[in-house]
Design a protein around this ligand. Sequence first.
Ligand SMILES: *Cc1c(COP(=O)(O)O)cnc(C)c1O
Length: 380
Amino acid sequence: MVDLKGQYAEIKKEVNDSIQEVLETTAFVNGPKVHEFQKNLENYLGVKHVIPCANGTDALQIAMMGLGLKPGDEVITADFTFAATVEVIALLNLTPVLVDVDPETFNIDIDAVKKAITPKTKAIVPVHLFGQCANMDALMALAKEHNLYIIEDNAQGIGAKYKNSKGEKVMSGTIGHVASTSFFPSKNLGCYGDGGAIFTNDDDLAHIIRGIVNHGMYKRYHHDVVGVNSRLDSIQAAVLDAKLPHLDSYNNKRRNAAKKYNKAFTNHPKITTPKTVNGCDDICDACDCHVFHQYTLKIKNADRDALAKHLNDNGIPCGVYYPIPLHKQKAYLDSRYKEEDFVVTNQLVKEVISLPMHTELDDEQIDFITNTIINFIDNN
Ligand SMILES: *Cc1c(COP(=O)(O)O)cnc(C)c1O
């Protein structure tokens, strides 16, 4: 699904030099590299505060702790996402409220969110799934109306832009009250281990969060709040700092691969290509609203699982993200959920298939992948 070896080969010297700097200084935890990367990412995003931490799941949890959410508070999030999002809500004894998603963008459905808001609702966590922003204008308006926090789960969307109602393009992860991201190796900006970060423009929240990531300490050995130990290590920061200047070009490469995939599947009756809705209708040259963390097709009136097996048999990796709706997962069952409220997710889990998507895909690979898929679907 990803080609980290090929990518490393292209930037070997930059990455090695950056890591070497850390080795020479032996500042392995909270060293200057972490601070350098933090500043560079703040500049790239145009956000006031980046707080690095150990991984994207911690980032979400710490964001929620920083907002002071309390047990019993309801937090609305999407039924169709990676489990980390709902996991941290439950872990903090907040009440997860899963809602359906939009069938075109796979992102949280605004009408479903509206229906789910109660007096106990305190926050909404939109996930910029597969690399395209959720409908942030609508969510921010709801937040204002109902006095809620918006926590962007930007683990899959780093570098994507969102065209707001004023026509301005803003970076994903800088729109809500706070955002989280992950630097897991396969993410669009990945390190060589685990890593994550929290973003916010709110000075007070940033201060609170900086203490939380460091055992609740604001002054050495004074623990004002219950915190955690969640740090981005300096070697990972060195890798990320070397890769950050390439992020836009990496995302462009992903978009170009997506364009080629789209072209090959144009008008196929059983294959629906992913929709880019924010900014333009299809992927144009100026388009920067989708960073294609995943390239995900919907397969209709054909056997998706047989296709997945056929691709694997032919040496083509593929993935089903996600095969089971979160509301059906044992850990997150809730008697309040009704199946008729999850029509889209229940359907998507049967139809979606994600194709190889990374920065090193070449035309020959794309042709082989698309031909294999079309041949199989047309002949079965
Ligand atoms: C990867 C991911 C996370 C978790 O990130 P980790 O760094 O693996 O903890 C959270 N949310 C979404 C949507 C993700 O894709």
